[in-house]
Design a binder for this molecule. Structure first.
Ligand code: MOS
Length: 716
């Protein structure tokens, strides 16, 4: 193991374990000592309606009702497009949409007032069906090769549809933001977030003020998983407007039901795949992908881009055509969640390959192996896999720990009795860092190091600690390069008044992109180091020279500089009486390049893998015929615990990336991506295989297993 990989105690370990950490909900008073007002949102109870009137009862002194009329700047939250209002204008577009906010000193009184507000709606017909939605937010298409010819010449053509559901991030700390007007006219906004500068940009626009009039700080954040990428810009804008009106600090912390029902989740998807087979190989793939974006466009453009780029998976298919749409429905806007569009399409391609292999009567894994991409091959967007593809070695590593090949053949034989076994394997990648030219054209990251007279070094960057360990791994890199003790280098939570914009905490980019900027900055500082003097150095992002420039209008070029890879195997024992699939083992080999801290990376791999298993098996969330999400608590929405997967083996395979710090690549999202394919293949095998039970959706729950068994019973 490289020296840099050796684990250290996390910088935030002590305060988090002892309970000293102050989360946004913990502040007893504002920065200047004044009392904090509680804000509670008036959510729409109707999925689509014109708001005719809002009747607010007489407000006691010190209480306010805040709505769109109070927005001093533009009533638009800056995300990608600007269609998300801060507070609704004339119509509401989903159940939960903020109409206004009640603000005041006493929480119970605020709730009482909220319950007395009468809203008169003129109900409109909501669009709830994804398939019939005519409102398309984003529509992308790309292809290479000659797809028509390949289908014309095919020996066999397969066509199938795959579906995936919502997934809720279920971070421990719900969404919460606080705004404090400062004496000099500035607005100080802080809370639970991934991207301080996103919040900064959004609030500037909403309050109609200059960059130095907004001050954003990331409080200790209890998990994000993507859910705190864009949403804090929305809630932050709402509390900022409320604080602006009340001229007092306002805090809004969601309760769990609000958080689960009304904040962004993973996009449900429908993927229709059509494959041409010639001489036992897939020669063409035509993918039609639809993501349910919800009521506003938020991050759907970029989520969809990542999803469609991954549509052919890890396979080299000479002719492809991919068409993807993100469509509007009158439901909570979807957004970022670990994997960002890729888990959906990877599920589709993995099941498609599995089903084709079974129909052709060949071994699933061997069929997949025969199609694997390798170094130098073209990517789906006519870019290039510039670096070695370690999948064959990783498959062998997994095979060794769980005896995959033998079990896979054994379980394929007809089984009888109450308990049946199955094992499945998925092969996936995760494009490391932002998709396309985002890093080069939009983010343009800057990171700094400030050395103090006493020889300590502070890291100045905007990437937030959300449990993934950047407060520890960034200082490890800098300390290593400067040959300083670890405790001489520190990294505070991002504060936009003190740190440059090194970009958002998303896309598994922080360590790979900003970590490398910091490594270079440390080298620079080392070369100019003068004892006893305060010094500062700065580094700017530069796209690696080897990259084939990406053009989004044509979907051509290197969508990512490199890829993290993973191979997952899941073995289940299915109870045909109850439908429950017990997980006998979950095995993952993960290549995220050099781990900058072995324990941190392993924790990410295990946690992400478990989250992916939840997504595949039990995390079910859906809305009813009125557009209301019914699974809004941990009673109705189950997330797995370690008890559900007692035998999890996560292994690291290291394929170093020369342009990442010490060879590190993006890590955070990868471990979730492959779980659905491996899990559903395993359940499918336990059910007797795809010829009897071709499975095509996640989550695949015990209810679904029973339904499959009943369907088959009826057929025979
Ligand atoms: Mo992340 S899912 O790119 O916030």
């Amino acid at each position: 193991m490289d020296n840099i990989s050796k684990s250290v105690r996390k910088k935030d370990h002590e305060p988090k374990i002892s309970g000293e950490s102050i989360y946004v909900g913990d502040y007893q008073c504002a920065k200047d000592g004044s009392a904090i007002l509680t804000g509670k949102i008036l959510h729409s109870k109707i999925a689509r309606a014109r708001v005719l009137s809002v009747e607010v009862p007489d407000l006691p002194k010190g209480y306010f009702y805040v709505n769109a009329a109070d927005v001093p700047g533009e009533n638009k939250v800056n995300i990608v497009l600007d269609d998300t209002p801060v507070y609704c204008k004339d119509t509401v577009e989903y159940i939960g949409e903020p109409i206004g906010m009640v603000v005041g000193p006493d929480k119970e009184e605020v709730e009482r007032i909220l319950s007395q507000i009468k809203v008169e709606f003129e109900e409109l017909e909501p669009q709830l069906d994804v398939r019939s939605s005519q409102k398309v937010f984003f529509d992308y298409e790309f292809s290479h090769g000659d797809i028509e010819k390949a289908f014309k010449e095919a020996d066999k053509i397969y066509e199938e549809e795959f579906e995936t559901g919502y997934q809720e991030q279920a971070y421990i700390e719900p969404q919460g933001m606080m705004a404090e007007p400062e004496k000099d006219g500035k607005m100080y906004v802080h809370g639970s977030m991934q991207c301080a500068y996103y919040v900064h940009g959004a609030i500037m626009r909403v309050l109609g003020c200059k960059p130095d009039e907004i001050h954003v700080f990331q409080d200790v954040t209890g998990g994000g998983f993507g859910g705190k990428e864009a949403f804090p810009s929305v809630l932050g804008s709402q509390v900022a407007v409320a604080a602006y009106k009340a001229k007092a600090p306002v805090r809004c912390v969601f309760d769990r039901r609000e958080d689960m029902e009304y904040t962004s989740k993973r996009h449900p998807s429908i993927c229709r795949y059509k494959a041409a087979i010639k001489n036992g190989k897939v020669t063409a793939l035509d993918c039609d992908i639809v993501f349910n974006a919800g009521a506003y466009s938020t991050l759907s453009a970029v989520v969809l881009q990542r999803g469609i780029i991954a549509a052919p998976g890890v396979y080299n298919i000479p002719n492809i055509h991919v068409h993807g749409k993100a469509v509007k429905t009158n439901t909570s806007p979807c957004g970022a969640y670990r994997g960002f569009g890729a888990p959906q399409t990877f599920f589709a391609i993995e099941m498609m390959m599995d089903h084709i292999a079974q129909d052709l009567g060949v071994d699933t894994l061997e069929f997949k192996e025969a199609h694997l991409v390798k170094q130098g091959d073209m990517t789906s967007t006519c870019g290039k896999y510039h670096f070695p593809v370690p999948l064959p070695d990783m498959i062998n590593e997994i095979d060794k720990v769980c005896d995959f090949r033998r079990k896979h053949k054994e379980y394929a034989a007809p089984q009888s009795g109450r308990y049946r076994k199955g094992i499945g394997m998925s092969l996936v990648f995760h494009g490391a860092g932002f998709t396309g030219s985002g890093e080069r054209d939009i983010i343009k990251a800057v990171a700094k190091l400030r050395k103090y007279k006493d020889g300590s070094v502070e890291i100045l960057a905007s990437n937030g600690e959300i449990g993934q360990g950047v407060r520890t791994t960034f200082p490890k890199i800098v300390a290593n390069e400067l040959n300083l003790p670890f405790d001489k280098v520190y990294y505070n939570h991002p504060d936009t008044e003190r740190v440059p914009d090194s970009g958002p905490t998303v896309a598994s980019r922080s360590l790979m992109i900003v970590g490398e900027l910091l490594r270079r900055a440390a080298i620079k500082l080392r070369s100019v180091w003068i004892d006893g003097k305060e010094q500062e150095v700065e580094e700017h992002f530069k796209e690696p020279d080897f990259m084939i420039p990406f053009y989004i209008d044509k979907f051509q070029g290197d969508a990512y500089p490199t890829y993290a890879w993973s191979v997952n195997a899941i073995e289940v024992e299915l109870d045909t009486l109850t439908g429950v699939s017990k997980i006998l083992g979950a095995y993952g080999s993960f290549d995220v390049g050099t781990p900058i801290d072995y324990n941190i990376v392993l924790g990410q791999m295990e946690g992400g893998f478990l989250q992916g298993i939840g997504y595949s098996s039990i995390e079910k969330m859906d809305y009813d015929s009125k557009g209301r999400i019914r699974n809004n608590s941990f009673t109705d929405y189950l997330v797995p615990t370690t008890k559900d997967v007692p035998n999890m083996v996560a292994m690291l395979h290291v394929e170093k990336y020369p342009n990442g710090p010490y060879g590190a690549k993006g890590a955070g999202e990868l471990p979730l991506v492959g779980a659905p394919g491996a899990y559903v293949e395993a359940v499918e095998q336990a059910l007797g295989g795809a010829k009897i039970h071709p499975l095509s959706h996640v989550p695949f729950t015990p209810d679904d297993t029973i339904a499959q068994l009943n369907r088959h019973r009826e057929e025979i």
